[in-house]
Structures are given as structure tokens and as C-alpha cells.
Write a protein that binds this ligand. Structure first.
Ligand SMILES: *Cc1c(COP(=O)(O)O)cnc(C)c1O
Length: 347
């Protein structure tokens, strides 16, 4: 079945008719000797100046890194900004709906609730695999967005590419594929499929593999048409100067980043084996990410014990399909060793 995708039909009327704010830096962005156009203070360089609203230098670096055109990149104050913006661009409050999987990252539901948009939740299979058929069946004529997360949080596994493509092929909605953890399994990214699927938005972030959670920088990749819409509705100066400068500086550490990722994957494998040997650990789920989900006999007990020992992990035992489950981020070798020694002391 062909999807007859139409971006224009998905767009809210008010956004289609929007005349976006035009800043001083939008109207003149070239080189000049004297800038007297934005009521800035002439002192305290470089922080006295408004940041580049289009983040051109940073986007050029990201374009080279990700092998996409700059017109296919949106940068946000964390991935959370892009998540909120797609609701504001496409979902009429109280009328439209989205489809998302369960369990998954909590922000999609929060953003839906804030924007007064109904969520149709589709459970993953017992083994956390995705059923494209059930996602498609949960959609109706008011479904504007379908949220998928691969590798998925908190389950850790990457979703099957064929199932994702089936959804992309058969839905008229936009598919937001959150690849926050993709640097830990780059071969599973769908970024190269952007040109094949006009209804695909891929989210990535600097918060995980790049070690930049504190500077708040998220990326959305999509068609130039979709990126233009997001740029029209974002705050004009959404990425501040400190973040833009720091990201450009840190992007030079490509080799270090690759070393971190390799080490974390190696640590994840070691930790998975050790955790599986603990008698109170029933199962260590396979992971394509920088964390492990484990099923235990007493999630709350283990969680509270670790808190008392000043080690904080995430209790996910109340989440659907995750009874007894704890989520553990992979730390430094020393931190992982401390975790294991503390857990072994429970025996
Ligand atoms: C951590 C995480 C993010 C990152 O969000 P930022 O706002 O970019 O820090 C996005 N999606 C998922 C699924 C995550 O787990």
C-alpha cells in the first residue's frame, strides 16, 4: 500500500499561515565592521552578541559528521525541543492524536499531554520487538505523529529496520524515530534513509555518546520542508553562544568520542556477564545502547540498598512489560566495579 504522504495536509492551519519572527541577525548575517542593528551592548565580547539563529558554523560541522546537507538539520535545546515543536507544528490540540510504543521514553507522552493531544499506546512484544502491523492498526485519520525509539529506552534494544520501514511506507503520518543511543550501534541508523522517506524525522543528541548532556544540544534530521517548518516556530535564538562554541570545540574530539563509545560497549559486555551471574538477577536484556535493563526478584529492595550505598540506578519495575526491572547506565570502569562489588556484597 502506498501512503500518499502530504506534509501540507498534516500541517496545522495556523502554522501554514504563520509569518515567522525575523530577527536582526536573520535580516543581516554577513561580515561587517560595525553592528548597530540589534540593540546589543558593545562591551563583553563575544557574549554581548546574539547567537546565530541558524547555527551555520555548527551545522556545517554536523553535516560533515553525519553526511547530510545542512538544510536537513534542525538544532534544538536538547531533543526535547524538537519533540515539543513537532506537536506544535502538526497536532491540533483536542483533535489530533499520536501513536507511540510502550514501554518507551517518557517525554513523548509528556509533550502530548502539554499540547492536549491524545496518545494511542501500542505495547511492544514480550521480547521488546516492534509490531508494525499493530502500530498501523492503532492509527486513524487524526493520527499526525508516530513515535518510535531505536535503540529504545528503557529496553535497550534497537527496533527492527524492516518493521520501521513498513510503518514509514504505509502511514500518512510523520514518523519520529528517536536515535538518542544510535552511536552505540551506528550500523542500525536510519539516517541514510531520509531521502527515501519524506515522512521520516530522525532525532539524535549530543547528550549520550558525545558526553555533552550539560550543554543541551539535540538534532532533528528530515526533509528541507520539515526543517523549514521547525525553524519557523522555534525561539529565534534557541541555541545560545556558549553551547554553539562548546559543541564546535568538542566536535574536534572525534577520536576520543570513538574511544569512549568503544570502552563503554566493552564495559557493557563485561557488566552484562557479571550481572547475569548474580542469583537475584533473572535476566539481562540484550542492549544496543549505553545501559542495561535487568530483571530481578526484588527491584525495589535492590534499588533502595544501592541508594543507601550511594549508588543510584533507575527503578523501572512499575513500567509496563518491565516488572522487576532496573535500568543501569554504563559508567567508568571504576564506577562499574563499585557497582558490582556492592551488589556482590548482598550475597
Ligand atoms: C536521553 C534521551 C534523549 C536525550 O534528550 P536530550 O534532550 O537531547 O538530552 C532523547 N531520547 C531518548 C530516548 C533518551 O533516552
Amino acid at each position: 500500500m502506498k501512503n500518499e504522504f502530504s506534509l501540507d495536509k498534516l500541517l496545522r492551519d495556523n502554522i501554514r499561515n504563520l509569518k515567522p519572527y525575523s530577527s536582526a541577525r536573520d535580516e543581516f548575517s554577513g561580515e561587517a565592521a560595525v553592528f548597530l542593528d540589534a540593540n546589543e551592548n558593545p562591551f563583553n565580547e563575544p557574549f554581548n552578541r546574539y547567537p546565530d539563529p541558524q547555527q551555520k558554523k555548527l551545522k556545517a560541522k554536523i553535516a560533515a559528521l553525519k553526511n547530510v546537507g545542512t538544510e536537513a538539520i534542525f538544532l534544538g535545546n536538547g531533543s526535547d525541543e524538537a519533540i515539543d515543536l513537532v506537536f506544535r507544528a502538526f497536532c491540533n490540540p483536542g483533535i489530533d492524536n499520536i501513536v507511540s510504543i510502550v514501554p518507551t521514553y517518557g517525554m513523548y507522552n509528556v509533550a502530548a499531554n502539554i499540547n492536549d493531544v491524545q496518545v494511542s499506546e501500542v505495547e511492544l512484544n514480550e521480547d521488546f520487538t516492534l509490531s508494525a502491523q499493530r502500530v498501523l492498526e492503532a492509527s486513524d485519520e487524526y493520527t499526525k505523529l508516530i513515535f518510535l525509539c531505536s535503540p529504545n529506552n528503557p529496553t535497550g534494544n534497537a527496533l527492527d529496520a524492516e518493521e520501521i520501514k513498513k510503518i514509514l511506507n504505509e502511514t500518512k503520518a510523520l514518523v519520529i524515530l528517536d536515535e538518542a543511543y544510535i552511536d552505540f550501534c551506528p550500523e542500525k541508523s536510519m539516517l541514510a534513509e531520509l531521502t527515501a522517506f519524506p515522512n521520516l524525522i530522525v532525532l539524535q543528541t549530543f547528550s549520550k555518546a558525545w558526553g555533552m548532556a550539560g550543554i543541551r544540544l539535540g538534532m532533528a534530521f528530515a526533509s528541507a520542508e520539515i526543517i523549514t517548518i521547525l525553524n519557523h516556530i522555534k525561539y529565534p535564538y534557541n541555541i545560545n553562544i556558549l553551547t554553539q562554541l562548546k559543541a564546535i570545540e568538542l566536535l574536534k574530539l572525534e577520536e576520543e568520542q570513538a574511544d569512549w563509545v568503544k570502552l563503554l560497549i566493552d564495559e557493557r559486555k563485561k557488566l552484562a556477564t557479571k550481572l547475569a551471574n548474580l542469583p537475584f538477577v533473572e535476566k539481562v536484556y540484550p542492549s544496543d545502547s549505553n545501559f542495561l535493563l535487568i530483571k530481578t526478584h526484588d527491584a525495589a529492595g535492590i534499588y533502595n540498598y544501592l541508594v543507601d550505598e550511594k549508588i543510584i540506578i533507575r527503578d523501572r519495575s512499575k513500567v509496563i512489560l518491565c516488572a522487576g526491572c532496573l535500568r543501569i547506565s554504563i559508567g567508568s570502569p571504576l564506577e562499574n566495579q563499585q557497582l558490582m562489588e556492592t551488589l556482590q556484597a548482598l550475597l
